[in-house]
Design a protein around this ligand. Structure first.
Ligand code: F3S
Length: 396
């Protein structure tokens, strides 16, 4: 690793403890990945925010870094373990809430914007094409690399914080052109619409990529159009099932790539098989959750239209970023949705919140939500369109 004199000063401790520890982390990563130098980053998104994941040792480390560490670029957080304002109504244990607040306070002390969301690109942490950034949340990393055309590796919590505190990351992986070329083509021969179906497509392609370690970047054809919500769902799913951090979609994503020779066909039957996989037969649903990744304003507006004047019969959450909810408040969508009995869970999500054991079966339009709902929270799962999720919520 070649360091500039400023970076060397950071490593030597001339800019404080947290900066030094951060540069040590980045320098070590650079050595491991054979990076030649550091590059400046313009945006950071930090994961590992839930106290359930961090525990006391993680919190202690953050508190040490917060003593003199201050971020140098715009930095936001991934979802925390609870709604930071409304946690009581959502049934969060007060002891957990106290510890979660200590975590968020440590981040805030470092100058991090405590908007806790996996969709930072919807609420002001939005890089442009070609910008080098350091993001950690897998769905957001995939969205940033693929849909926006920014450049980021899939950072861990400590390396993302280190990038925020120094303004640098080692130049390797997805920061380099040569590592952004497609390896295999997928031709989708069946229409795909809506967040749920795009999640299923992400699972089909992700599962195939996962089984072939030499393929990580797909080139996808046969999708004439997709909106931002569909793409965010696709990103979450392909990142979950395939570990994918970058894809190309012909006509829809902005990055240049060589076109692979090998093409795999995605048929209707493959999509149906994956859909069946996400649905457990006879799942007993008592919890409906929408907003994985965090719900957009358009999704919230649509839900308000679907539930206007109606009443849900099952516990139903919309997980979203607080700034998105604030606009929904102003537009009156929140009032309609809450009058229907649906709860907003801002700053958190149904995977990182400590809700294991509280419900039996989860209904969601998110393929990623099903994967973690089943694996982490032991929920039975039903995967269906947003409209059908609302129908499920309205049914006894
Ligand atoms: Fe976001 Fe939580 Fe889903 S972090 S992508 S809502 S699992």
């Amino acid at each position: 690793m070649k360091l500039t004199s400023f970076q060397q000063e950071m490593l030597d401790g001339k800019h404080g403890y947290a900066t030094q520890k951060s540069m040590e982390i980045l320098n070590a990563l650079g050595e491991i990945f054979d990076a030649e130098e550091m590059i400046p980053v313009t945006s950071v998104q930090i994961a590992g925010v839930s106290y359930a994941n961090l525990g006391e040792p993680g919190l202690e480390w953050l508190a040490q870094m917060a003593q003199d560490g201050r971020v140098r670029v715009i930095t936001t957080l991934n979802p925390a373990g609870m709604d930071l304002e409304n946690w009581r109504e959502l049934g969060i244990d007060p002891e957990f809430a106290k510890n979660q607040e200590r975590v968020v306070d440590a981040f805030a002390k470092m100058g991090i914007i405590t908007t806790c969301t996996c969709t930072p690109y919807l609420v002001g942490n939005l890089p442009h094409f070609g910008e080098h950034i350091a993001w950690a949340e897998s769905s957001a990393v995939c969205f940033a690399n693929s849909v926006i055309g920014a450049r980021t590796n899939r950072e861990g919590g400590p390396s993302a914080l280190a990038a925020a505190l120094t303004g640098y990351t080692p130049r390797h992986g997805y920061h380099l052109d040569r590592n952004r070329q497609a390896h295999v083509g997928f031709d989708v021969q069946s229409p795909v619409t809506g967040t749920a179906q795009f999640g299923v497509l992400g699972k089909v392609i992700g599962d195939i990529l996962d089984s072939k370690t030499e393929w990580t970047i797909p080139y996808i054809t046969g999708i004439p159009t997709a909106n931002t919500d569909e793409l965010k769902s696709f990103c979450a799913s392909i990142a979950t099932f395939g570990g994918t951090a970058l894809f190309h979609m012909e006509g829809l994503t902005p990055n240049k790539t060589t076109i692979p020779k090998e093409i795999i066909t995605v048929t209707e039957s493959k999509l149906k098989e994956a859909e069946d996989d996400l649905n457990e037969e006879g799942a007993s649903i008592d919890f409906v959750s929408i907003g994985c990744p965090h719900a957009s304003l358009r999704e919230i507006q649509y839900i308000a239209k679907l539930v206007d004047g109606k009443q849900v019969k099952k516990e139903t959450w919309i997980t979203t970023a607080r700034p998105t909810k604030q606009v929904a408040d102003r537009m009156g969508y929140t009032q309609i949705i809450e009058a229907a009995g649906i709860k907003f869970a801002c700053d958190t999500c149904c995977v990182v919140a400590p809700i294991r054991g509280r419900f039996t079966g989860l209904c969601t339009d998110s393929a990623k939500g099903c994967y973690y709902g089943r694996g982490r929270n032991k929920f039975q799962t039903k995967h269906c369109s947003l409209e059908d999720c609302i129908e499920e919520a309205l049914t006894k």
